[in-house]
Design a protein around this ligand. Sequence first.
Ligand code: SF4
Length: 394
Amino acid sequence: MKEVSLYIHIPFCIKKCLYCDFLSFPASEKVQESYFNALLHEIDSYKDKLSGYSVKSIFFGGGTPSLPNALWIKRTMDTLRSSYNLTDDCEITMEMNPATEAAEKLNIYRKAGINRLSIGLQSTNDTELKKLGRMHDYDTFLKCYEDARQAGFENINIDIMSALPGQSIDSYEKTVRRVVQLSPEHISAYSLIIEEGTPFYDMYGDEAETEYRTGENGDSSYLPTEDEDRQMYELTLKILEESGYHRYEISNYAKKDLECRHNITYWTRGNYVGFGIGAASLLENVRWNNTRVLASYTAYWNDNIGTYEDIICDREELDQKAQMEEYMFLGLRLVEGVSISKFEEYFGIKLIDVYNDIVKNFTNEGLLVINGDKLGLTKKGLDVSNYVMSEFLL
Ligand code: SF4
């Protein structure tokens, strides 16, 4: 049986964090109820299309999936189980914001079948958390983490971020070391990106007044320099690898055999179907995105108003060139690299015949390495991964 992964988007948040450009917003319970009803219809509607597939992973992302009444997550899981063939060891992850945690909720998630949590901590420094506009402090996170362990969660990811406003290298190191002490199974460590359209962009983006970025206004709201950012990146690698985590993707670290299977589906171009507004899908080399408009989504699935074209955007059948580019661009994010033999199996042409010059140049420069069947970035290559990966666009 072929395999597929499923993504469920829950777009609700208590309030918007200052750096966030995800599709998320506060909403009343009534709006949430209407959304979940639509979501259950959408999930059910794909059951014939996916009847030949077994579901190897499910990911509830957002937004804040832990914000709505936990019974909605249970009902969503019930619908998923009745509509699809879940594998016995299906990895079922839910993102949690510590500000929304409650012990009873965790028990409901466990009983519903969620077996992995991804908790957004970002920093253990309360001042940094406040500057990000996060709704929790470090103590709230600790309670959430302990409750999750109590509830029986044995597979937990913690998200942390570097290059935060006012963050020193010492403070970042403290965050990493405290997280390691908790011994989660998985750690995601990203560097803050200032996205257009966010309050942070107004404060720190290219057009912003420089005093916000340099700290000249006397407070400590400046962003770390590129050099400091690089030192934080090196620290992450050093501390996590010394502590028994291996880096398997540019920004992701795991204990042995506890890599996130769901995200590996994305990086290896496996089949996945996304439900909910803004969710992306890739099924047998057809890509599409769901509408980002909540009203169109609920009107279609709850009241039969509008057409399928109104709620599906950017549907595209990928040609071979696009597939090869994606295979390289996404696969090189994985530290083990891409499989040379699978490239030939998929595309009927040798990888080296398509990318001869690029592979030759980058291996000479020490940025790429061939190791048996795998072509991957070296440590030096991982440090400049965006540059290397972009050269694989044909
Ligand atoms: S909790 Fe996450 S999704 Fe919600 S606003 Fe903050 S960063 Fe965005």
